[in-house]
Ligand binder design. Structure first.
Ligand code: 5GP
Ligand code: SF4
Ligand code: MG
Length: 466
């Protein structure tokens, strides 16, 4: 998901809508905006679909007055079942004795089921099926006098990944979990302040990046006092999601001072060194494989070409919720550039192999078009484990790499060769020249290594074994 908030600008909702539009790649199922205005109090709108279709008409935007607002773009992760429901669309709102608060969450709470059970037993009435709602109920039960303090209380009980943007009548609040799994940045726009999942959403409103919110940090921002920084949690070594660098973030964002594009290009360079192959063309599987393909081509000297063309009017396949739609999606979204491919030995560069369904279809399309050879090069190590921290990987049984070796996957996909970047190669590409520190890894890489930095206790309760 993507989160965004702004304080101290006229018509905050317009900025929030623009910010969410720039974060749309983080969630395409639904979006929501909450604003506060002294005259009209809190207002909210939640809609299914793209921000550009839902938060552009005057009808909606006029209902969201005020100079303080937050928003959320959603895609549902493995926890959610059944059809999408508007009651699960964030931001969530709670009314407390000292006033209201709205909260938008990116990540996934790994002890949400246990918390929900406990809260329901003690009388909380849940409105949604979302893990995020636990935070509101925990806040309602806190004895603290202020909303930020109640939020600290609540978040100390929560495990897992959270980057949160929240607001009260006067405050914009940002928090990152102690490991800092999901990103969150602070920006300045005129006299106002911005919080955003990624820097690409600062650019769209002409805001300047001030800095990242630190792992384990809470910032409370007011027009009067600016940014106040708090440290509510016991400090631990951060474990940022390495897959944000590979796939999830936009290539024009800056993470940890590094260009995401440059990291992905470097992954391609590493791949070309680790797994060279003789061929005529390097083609990305668009768009997620593009920067790595550019790096692969530059390092190998094999020409880069658009062997596959993407229809710009389809979303990201991975975000479409059902397998059936996902299966359909490949042909609707990608087409082979036949004239270019015929008779050529082609290296296809993609970001990841998850179920293998996309990769198989693409290989068929390329062979149909008359390619002489097909070589897959993948910009992440084999995805052998599900993510429980906010990225929607399927159950372990559905992950190709969970049950197959690299050679078995190659023969399953029926390609001439298949190679994944090594975990160390990936670490080098994200700026760790020594590779992965096996004792205390610098990043979360659980979907590749199976080493979960936070025990996924709800999933273990459901029978998941490490
Ligand atoms: P596959 O070949 O595993 O079906 O799909 C791999 C391709 O689809 C990659 O380009 C990746 O970007 C995308 N993809 C499809 N499904 C998922 C998913 O559930 N999680 C992730 N991380 N990527 C996916
Ligand atoms: Fe990121 Fe993978 Fe860790 Fe999930 S398991 S937070 S996708 S590195
Ligand atoms: Mg892709």
């Amino acid at each position: 998901c993507g989160v965004f908030g702004v304080l101290g600008v006229a018509d905050a909702a317009n900025f929030v809508a623009l910010g969410l539009h720039a974060l749309q790649h983080r969630g395409q199922e639904a979006g929501g905006i909450v604003t506060y205005d002294a005259e009209r109090g809190f207002n909210s709108a939640r809609r299914f679909g793209y921000v550009r279709d839902t938060f552009t008409s005057a009808d909606v935007m006029q209902t969201l007055p005020g100079s303080l607002g937050i928003g959320h773009v959603r895609y549902s992760t493995s926890g959610s079942k059944g059809p999408a429901q508007i009651r699960d669309v964030q931001p969530f709102f709670g009314e407390f004795s000292m006033g209201g608060a709205a909260i938008a969450h990116n990540g996934n709470i790994t002890n949400a089921q246990a918390l929900r059970r406990e809260l329901i037993e003690r009388g909380s009435i849940f409105q949604s099926s979302s893990d995020t709602e636990c935070i509101i109920h925990l806040m309602a039960r806190s004895l603290q006098k202020g909303i930020p303090e109640r939020m600290e209380d609540a978040l100390r009980r929560v495990e897992g990944a959270f980057s949160i943007v929240a607001m009260t009548r006067t405050k914009l609040i940002g928090v990152r979990d102690p490991l800092g799994v999901r990103p969150l940045v602070l920006g300045r726009v005129g006299d106002g302040w911005v919080l955003s999942s990624e820097t690409c959403a600062l650019d769209i409103i002409g805001a300047e990046l001030v800095r990242e919110i630190d792992p384990g940090e809470m910032v409370v921002i007011t027009e009067e006092h600016g940014v106040e920084s708090l440290r509510p949690f016991r400090p631990v070594r951060p474990r940022f999601c390495i897959f944000e660098h590979v796939y999830f973030s936009r290539p024009d964002s800056i993470i940890g001072g590094r260009s995401v594009y440059e990291t992905r290009r470097q992954i391609g360079v590493e791949l070309a060194r680790e797994a060279p192959v003789e061929a005529d063309l390097v083609c990305p599987v668009p768009d997620s494989g593009t920067p790595a393909a550019i790096g692969f081509s530059q390092e190998s000297g094999i020409p880069y070409a658009m062997g596959i063309v993407r229809n710009q009017y389809m979303g990201r396949t991975f975000i479409e919720p059902t397998e059936q739609i996902r299966n359909m999606g490949v042909r609707l979204k990608l087409n082979v550039n036949r004239a270019l491919i015929r008779g050529k030995r082609v290296i296809l560069v993609d970001d990841s192999v998850v179920r293998g369904t996309t990769s198989r279809k693409i290989k068929e399309m390329i062979l149909d078009a008359g390619a002489a050879e097909v070589h897959f090069r993948i910009a992440s190590p084999p995805t052998s484990w599900p993510c429980f921290y906010g990225v929607d990987t399927p159950q372990r049984e559905k992950l190709l790499a969970a049950s197959m070796s690299e050679e078995e996957m190659r023969s399953h996909l029926a390609v001439d060769s298949l190679r994944f970047i090594s975990l160390d190669g990936l670490y080098r590409a994200v700026g760790e020249p020594q590779g992965r520190d096996a004792g205390t890894p610098q990043y979360c890489d659980a979907c590749f290594s199976g080493e979960y930095p936070v025990e996924p206790s709800d999933m273990i309760e459901q029978g998941f074994t490490l």
